[in-house]
Design a binder for this molecule. Structure first.
Ligand code: NAG
Ligand code: NAG
Ligand code: NAG
Ligand code: NAG
Ligand code: NAG
Ligand code: NAG
Ligand code: NAG
Length: 437
């Protein structure tokens, strides 16, 4: 068994002057997105393929270089699998900045793994494909999500952006996401760009909402699945400790994700998928055809299509009837609940709106208490202002503050390094996020 891990990281710089063209093709049509033969025998985190990112993402986020890396991973049923990540190199890396220049660094490299809430059941919504077009959404007044990667790079940190739902777009499959995040970080740390530095690199995770699910499962699974990894910290916002709570509200601001969640979590369970589809109505305005269209939707497309329609209407016995079936209960049990697979060993910054309208604060309080009973180190902010969408923006400055501290070595000076601190905060960020502010 031989994988090429060394020859494929040339001194390639993606950014050329002016507008670069975007040569990416959808993963479902791109033969690069397939596992090489015998990939199963490689260790999880092994790099199986690597290429310069074919899109113009380097121009979009002002990176020195960007690579797509396909690596060995483990699926949600703990079978050998693979996934893809995008690894971005800053133009002015932290470790090369002189302390005398006023930079915060102490010569150590910093890597941030950012988990995008892509919340989709199609592999063509994967960040490796959509990051360069900001997930196809460029609305005035809305912070482009790629701005968070641009900010990461402008701070001199390397960025890792995993397609954690894997090749089957298993949105809502917790262990799948956790494994893929951890293996993407293993892969990136072993790449030629980072491996000589990785002994000294600090690395952390960040994710909001769907991205928090992937990050939290990774944090829980780290001790058992990737015990050699030593995270500096993780920031998770808009947490969703029990995704079935979201699935249970047929009409809400986030109910448009339910079809993708149900199809995503059953993507690796053919029997449960068959059962799910058998429960869809075959006629009337809410029928199987409309529901299954989500297999081709990005999250914004799903929102546009389903809006505030009653998702329960798609099922012969409604969502309640569907969830009573043991076929789904078992799948949910293995995939949707945080707090059961391990205790995060790294410092956590957790932030959530008390009036989060996607899932209530109660399960978040429970999860944090559960972790705190057994020695976790957590700063937990409960924001009195805003709902799920508002807290996404309201949390960004506090998340970057925490991530800077853990990635640049000042955590012990600025935060409590043991135990849990619960704080009700009142934060309303009124200025839009801009890179470098
Ligand atoms: C990247 O490519 C897209 C689509 O081809 C184009 O619209 C955009 O302007 C390009 N962006 C940059 C910064 O080059
Ligand atoms: C949707 O979000 C808005 C603004 O955040 C909020 O006012 C509204 O109550 C929410 N709607 C539902 C159905 O939860
Ligand atoms: C299924 O739903 C779609 C969208 O509402 C509708 O256009 C179509 O006619 C429906 N099909 C049947 C067989 O009722
Ligand atoms: C998704 O799109 C592909 C290609 O356009 C099409 O062949 C397929 O039927 C679509 N699937 C659904 C469920 O709409
Ligand atoms: C949503 O649809 C279900 C199933 O038809 C129905 O029982 C329920 O009352 C509906 N909810 C609302 C708020 O209309
Ligand atoms: C550290 O913990 C103490 C006691 O719980 C608390 O008062 C203080 O605000 C915490 N400091 C930080 C930076 O969270
Ligand atoms: C938060 O700020 C926004 C403007 O950015 C404002 O519309 C909103 O009323 C503020 N919310 C509260 C509760 O102060």
């Amino acid at each position: 068994m031989h994988f090429q891990t060394t020859v494929l990281l040339p001194l390639w710089t993606g950014g050329c002057m002016g507008l670069a063209s975007n040569k990416a093709i959808p993963p479902s049509q791109d033969p690069w997105y397939t596992a090489p033969p015998d990939f199963e025998s490689a260790a999880p985190g092994t790099i199986l393929r690597i290429r310069p990112d074919p899109s113009n993402v380097t121009a979009v986020v002002d990176a020195a270089a960007a690579y797509n890396i396909l690596f060995r991973s483990t699926d949600t049923r703990y079978r050998p699998s693979w996934a893809v990540t995008t690894f971005l190199v800053p133009k002015n890396p932290l470790e090369t900045r002189k302390v005398s220049d006023g930079a915060a660094g102490d010569g150590k490299a910093a890597l941030l793994s950012y988990q995008f809430p892509y919340n989709s059941a199609t592999v063509d919504a994967s960040p490796s494909y959509l990051l360069s077009t900001n997930f196809g959404v460029n609305l005035p007044g809305l912070t482009p999500q790629s701005a968070y990667i641009a900010e990461t790079l402008s701070r001199g940190w390397y960025a890792n952006v995993p397609d954690f739902e894997g090749p089957l777009a298993s949105f809502g499959a917790g262990p799948q996401a956790g494994h893929a995040v951890l293996d993407s970080i293993r892969a990136v740390l072993s790449s030629d760009t980072l491996h000589t530095k990785s002994r000294d690199a600090r690395y952390a995770m960040w994710g909001y909402s769907g991205g928090s699910i992937a990050s939290t499962f990774a944090a829980e699974l780290q001790a058992s699945y990737a015990p050699e990894l030593d995270f500096a910290g993780a920031a998770v916002g808009g947490i969703v400790p029990d995704l079935t709570e979201v699935f249970s509200k047929p009409i809400s601001n986030v109910s448009a994700v339910i079809p993708a969640g149900l199809l995503g979590v059953t993507a690796q369970y053919p029997e449960a998928r068959k059962f799910l589809v058998s429960q869809l109505k075959t006629s009337g305005p809410y029928n199987a055809t409309g529901f299954l269209r989500t297999l081709n939707f990005t999250a914004p497309q799903a929102l546009e299509y389903y809006g505030l329609s009653n998702i329960s209407e798609y099922f012969v016995n409604g969502l309640d009837g569907l969830y009573k079936a043991p076929e789904l209960a078992r799948v949910f049990g293995n995939n949707e609940y945080e707090g059961y697979l391990g205790i995060p060993q790294m410092p956590l910054f957790v932030y959530k709106a008390i009036h989060d309208d996607s899932n209530g604060i109660a399960t978040s309080d429970d999860l944090i208490s559960h972790y705190c009973k057994v020695g976790a180190n957590i700063l937990y902010h409960r924001n009195t202002i805003g709902g799920h969408a508002a807290e996404f923006d309201n949390g960004v400055p506090r998340a970057f503050e925490f991530l800077s501290a853990v990635l640049e070595g000042s955590y012990a000076q600025k935060y409590n390094t043991t135990g849990c601190t619960w704080v009700d905060v009142t934060v309303n960020v009124t200025a839009p996020f801009t890179v470098g502010s």
